[in-house]
Design a protein around this ligand. Structure first.
Ligand code: PMP
Length: 392
């Protein structure tokens, strides 16, 4: 099977993990050769309620029995979309009251950029170094890492990259700026939270210049930081919010959320100027609704904070520089690339899936599911600590 995988599935690196998945349940992924892995990265911040949460699986089954795709996004009334959008917006600040559904994170970013340009009638975009917003051309244009951009130049013109968390260049945000896009907690950049005061200043700059503020919470959303959305940690509200990943409990879905007023602009000049066939697929929408209901009804946000406390308390010692981040969106900064590589590999051999972030080679991503209980969490942390000790 690995042979066929390498032959027929287009590869993104020379060293795919290549685990042959048999099934996945809760915090575990099981392989065809009978091994069990603790998924300590939740499929990269996706399965926050674990794999195959029963309520999500049930909602999927029910929807599959009713209908699959029936019409392109936005034409027919589809109950799972409406139910989910209503629940989502009722848990967001007043001005984030309409949802445009897409299929992935990068599509959410593409839509948000187009919306901001159309609404403001401006084209200049401000983004941040070290950011990651996705791999399609628009998203890559606002992604702040040259090695990923250079092979695809020219990208969108008039994009200005500022230092994240730095006050110095905020004047670049001016009356020609359509949007400022950022991750309030940079994910692939190495789990770097924005400074509160800086975020407030950036918001003010946008207000003063008429630029829209776009938050990409594709990785930080849906409870990962200990709140439903990361921006709640800052009391700074974006004009457009991009979502995906954990949104539909393991089904593909993305969205950008904004105000009815801003979204008006998609209806005219010309009509149908931003459409998608599969956006808000009914099965994904049903899963997303079940996922959000469950997230809101449980103790999951608290659990994210407990997980943070436990990890930050426990993962200390020689070789460890720090644990950064919020809730269950954490990064373990180690002192060298060799140590990082050895720890990730040693944990993998012991049945624990850890990962890197795209822009850092000395940081281990820690993004466990919020259903993880103490016993398993302790087990994982002990294994990580032992590996750090062994290879430091
Ligand atoms: N934005 C952020 C912050 C992300 O972490 C990601 C995915 N890592 C994306 C956008 C792109 O999402 P997708 O892979 O679903 O296109």
């Amino acid at each position: 099977m690995l042979d066929k995988f390498l032959r027929h599935i287009a590869q993104t690196s020379d060293t795919p993990l290549g685990l042959e998945v048999s099934h996945a349940e809760g915090p575990f992924i099981f392989t065809k050769d009978g091994k069990r892995f603790v998924d300590f990265i939740s499929g990269i911040a996706v399965s926050s309620l674990g794999h195959r949460h029963p309520k999500i699986v049930e909602a999927i089954h029910q929807q599959v029995d009713k209908h699959l795709h029936v019409m392109v996004y936005g034409e027919f009334v589809q109950q799972p979309q409406v139910d989910f959008a209503e629940l989502l917006t009722s848990n967001l600040p007043q001005k984030l009251n309409q949802v445009y559904f897409v299929n992935s994170g990068t599509e959410a970013v593409e839509g948000a950029l187009k919306l901001a340009k159309k609404y403001t009638g401006r084209s200049k975009l401000v983004a941040f170094k070290n950011s990651y917003h996705g791999d399609t051309h628009g998203s890559l244009s606002v992604t702040g890492r040259d090695v990923y951009r250079d092979p695809y130049l020219p990208l969108l013109p008039n994009v200005h990259f500022l230092d994240f968390n730095s006050d110095e260049e905020l004047d670049v945000i001016d009356e020609e700026t359509a949007a400022v896009i950022m991750e309030p907690i940079q994910g692939e950049g190495g789990i770097i939270p924005a400074r509160k005061e800086w975020l407030k200043k950036t918001r003010k700059k946008c207000d003063d210049s008429g630029a829209l503020l776009i938050f990409d919470e594709i990785q930080s959303g849906f409870g990962r930081t200990g709140k439903l959305f990361g921006f709640e940690q800052y009391q700074v509200i974006p004009d457009i919010l991009c979502l995906a990943k954990a949104m539909a409990g393991g089904m593909p879905m993305g969205a950008f959320v904004s105000s009815r007023e801003i979204f008006q602009t998609f209806k005219y000049d010309p009509p149908l100027n931003h459409v998608t066939t599969f956006g808000g697929h009914p099965v994904s929408a049903a899963a997303a609704h079940a996922n959000l209901k469950e997230l809101l009804s449980g103790d999951y946000f608290n659990r994210a904070l407990q997980i943070e406390k436990k990890i930050k308390t426990k993962l200390k010692g020689e070789g460890i520089i720090e644990v950064r981040g919020m809730g269950a969106m954490l990064g373990l900064q180690l002192k060298s690339w060799e140590l990082t590589k050895n720890v990730v590999e040693a944990c993998f051999d012991k049945g624990i899936l850890l990962g890197w972030t795209l822009h850092s080679n000395t940081l281990i991503r820690l993004a466990p599911p919020l259903i993880l209980e103490d016993e398993l969490l302790n087990e994982v942390l002990n294994t990580i600590l032992e590996a750090v000790k062994e290879y430091n």
